[in-house]
Design a protein around this ligand. Sequence first.
Ligand SMILES: [Zn+2]
Length: 489
Amino acid sequence: MELEQMNLINKKNKRVFSFDLDRLDKSNIVNINESKTPLTHVHAGSFRRIFLHFQLHERLLQEGYNSVFYIGNDDYDPYDYFPEYFNEFERESYRHYLGHPLSEVLALEGKGSYADYYFNEMIAILREEFEINVVTYKTSELYKSGVFDDGIKLVLKNIDKMNSLYESITGVSQKFNSRPLQVICPNCGNMRTTRIINYQNEEVEIICQNHKLRDVEFKGCGFRGCLNPYKGNARLFWKLEWPVRWEALQIKVEGGRKDQNSDKGAREFSEKAYLSLFAKTPPLNLPYDFCYIRSAHSQQINRFGISVIDALKFLPPQLLFYLLTKPPSTQVIDIDLESAKMLDIYRDYVKIFLDDDGSKFDLILDNLRFERDVKLDSKFNPLINCLNHYLHTSKEYEAWHLDFSLKMINEDERTFIRILFKKLEKINAWEASSIQEDFRKATVEALFPINQACRLIYRLIINRETGLRIGVLLENVGKEKILKYLSLY
Ligand SMILES: [Zn+2]
């Protein structure tokens, strides 16, 4: 996408942020952080929070702040489940990796890890489709190079404090006793199956046993022994990792989803843990609500809907950005990309971004519906592709278009179609009124009720229950196409 268009995006969306920008220090670097556990293709709704952080970053740069936008590849998180779209063969091939750090799982194809495969795909989409460039890091590298080691030591020294802090917020006691860390088993490489049974000086004693989490079975190997939990041998439990990461990377802003921000949520604990461990003010929050992007005929990524790759088949990048950034960030977004409302969304899009009063849009829609080839300014191409995808995916009446596939018909219907064919073949002028008249006469001659005849034509030609007046519809399709199609019956 051209830079000019991205600027347009930003001008159209004056984002209001949840805090005063003055609360950030202009004389220091402002690190904004977002992170992603790359278990699957990225869900389209995840881009909401990325765009939100990006808008803050852009705004800070405009205001003269030295802002850096990070997106972390959380590849030291465990491989907890398979993507819904994995087939049986893929499930079998990856089963023994369940519970291993994502950085240690093989990529689906090509070089790098499983996590890199999905993470890099997301970063490429941001760069190529949205001109959003970010600074990336991998948590596996931060752990292995020892960046988090001081934080781990501090957490282990303060386990009692962390436990009572957690209890004061949630009522759950002794939360972190056996699992402040997910230790990677030195024998089998699993991090879901280990449990700490003892702390001794700089070492932890662990056992590796079968573990079940949300119906997923993780296979332990029975190992028991001592090791030190540094240099990548272990990963902090995520609620404890959050404050340690904030400190290690000097994060000043990081958003949190509604469920994390709620009462007794992870955010409150992590902020208080940060204050307690480091005696500093935690990063500013940028709260955001859930974002559902649905399409019944596309592959589901999770309960929030479909991948950004599939969403971009329906929405030009500019429009996706607009839809995800227009509502206040604390409001739920729920978009069904196959709903009847989509035509209004497309129409608004050409008005706002392509300087059209709506007439070009109507022309494009007609051309697509009737499969006419008309040359238009290339700026309309992304819309044309997306609108065409919508028309051919949605089953709503509004998404009707010519559909000359062969349908099943009965003998009465066949008789009517043959009579109609003969009349239309001999018609003098291919005009709506004469076509309508011949259509009416054919129903009389065939003793076929006119309402049934209308429904039949709609079903055969546009695969819908209702439609435009028959004469108008057939005139628009054109004589040659109609006769050729009807002759098949
Ligand atoms: Zn093991």
